[in-house]
Design a protein around this ligand. Structure first.
Ligand code: PMP
Length: 408
């Protein structure tokens, strides 16, 4: 493992070295069964016990209340773009059989490429008139050129519907480097209070994509969400497993809803099917779940999301300080407005002819990879997920400072 580089990639991303070493053992012999984890039956007592432990571990670390189920599935965040629409529309149909139809609003808060994509999937699925997408806020309207995702919208921008089938947001936009603040009351925090102006107790249909910020810190107001989901491949494991935290009232009989006219839901997309089968309706991604389980065990031993919150805050502060310093000196240009910057994905530009390539080449020479921005937006992206240590963050900061001095 001496020739491993520091991987700042946005996903799949770095995993803790001790976990990778431990996985090697499991690959040969899972928990003394004499069978490797990629070979063992998903219905073996050893694996089902392991899966239950992974669930318990997430429940304990994020303090998930008994009102919510924790489920595991495949298809990544992208499959959930569709699943959230289908399951939440089925729920709405059962709640309001008369009202549900072409005018049923699906509220989307669009703050970057991924929430935009989710809204597009909702539009596709409702082309036949089963609901309508309402963009409750579009961050682009608040950028200088009207088309860049570089900020969380101001609180005055939100136009939530009175009784939507879902309200969707993406907590951290991986491509654009924009995230909601998790500080209660911050101007860029998600406006939970605007969702339910009357203040009466209500089961909000609130859906959050946490793919690139899951377990990087505690989740604000977790219990008020209908669904939180995340692909594992950034903070907690390899690609191939998606974690869902679903409130019980959203585990609905999708066939009963379809009989009333709701969109039919493929078995594999029904959250209730997943819940009823304890996430074993079909063969899950056994190997990915295994590695994820090891990452979570390690997280727990280190102090859980509270520990990572402190660590990730420190890493982000240091890297943004280097970006800001480079910006003052005319070498870097920050892409995201103050108060909306992601802790997980730091995006900026390197100014000047050929300078971006010089930056990337120099990083590569020093054993640092995965720094190229998403192909749709370019620039540099430094991803600082949980597995990136403070020493590794220091290493890129040191390089950034050197690079700035060199460019002057
Ligand atoms: N949402 C976010 C915030 C993401 O970062 C990604 C992937 N980078 C997705 C959704 C899509 O996830 P997947 O590739 O697992 O389908």
């Amino acid at each position: 493992s001496n020739d491993r580089v520091i991987n700042f990639g946005a996903g799949p991303s770095a995993l803790p070295l001790p976990v990778l070493e431990q996985s090697q053992e499991g690959l040969l012999n899972f928990e003394h069964t004499g069978i490797g984890i990629a070979e063992i039956s998903h219905r073996s007592p050893e694996f089902t016990a392991f899966l239950a432990q992974v669930e318990a571990n997430i429940r304990a670390q994020l303090a998930v209340p008994p009102t919510h189920a924790i489920l595991f599935t495949q298809g990544g965040g992208s499959a959930q773009f569709a699943a959230v629409v289908l399951n939440m529309l089925a729920r709405y149909k059962l709640l309001h059989p008369e009202r549900a139809g072409a005018d049923t609003p699906l509220d989307y808060v669009v703050t970057g490429s991924w929430s935009k994509k989710a809204a597009e999937e909702a539009r596709r699925l409702t082309l036949g008139g089963h609901a309508r997408v309402h963009v409750a806020a579009d961050a682009r309207a608040h950028s200088a050129d009207g088309k860049t995702f570089d900020t969380i919208p101001p609180r005055s921008a939100y136009t939530f519907s009175a009784d939507p089938a879902l309200v969707y947001y993406c907590e951290n936009e991986t491509v654009d480097g924009v995230e909601f603040s998790h500080e209660e009351g911050a101007p860029t925090a998600f406006p939970f209070d605007l969702l339910n102006p009357s203040g009466e107790p209500k089961l909000l249909p609130l859906v959050a994509d946490y793919s690139s910020s899951f377990m990087c810190r505690p989740i604000p107001r977790l219990a008020e969400h209908a669904v939180i989901y995340a692909g594992a491949q950034k903070n907690i494991g390899p690609a191939g497993v998606t974690v869902l935290i679903v409130r019980q009232d959203c585990l609905v009989d999708v066939d009963a809803a379809a009989r009333l006219g709701a969109l039919p839901v493929p078995t594999m997309f029904s959250w209730k099917t997943l819940a009823d089968s304890k996430s074993l309706y079909n063969t899950p991604s056994v190997l990915s779940i295994y590695v994820t389980g090891l990452v979570l065990e390690r997280m727990k031993a280190l102090g859980g999301p509270q520990y990572y919150e402190e660590l990730n805050r420190k890493k982000a502060l240091k890297v943004y300080a280097a970006v800001n310093d480079g910006q003052e000196k005319g070498v870097f240009k920050k892409k995201v407005k103050d108060g909306s910057e992601s802790w997980m994905n730091v995006v900026f530009e390197v100014l000047g002819e050929g300078a971006e390539k010089r930056f990337l080449d120099g990083a590569k020479e020093r054993g640092m990879a995965g720094l190229k921005g998403h192909r749709s937006v370019g620039g540099i992206r430094i991803s600082l997920y949980n597995a990136i240590t403070e020493e590794q963050a220091d290493k890129i900061v040191e390089y950034m400072n050197w690079f700035v001095a060199e460019e002057l």
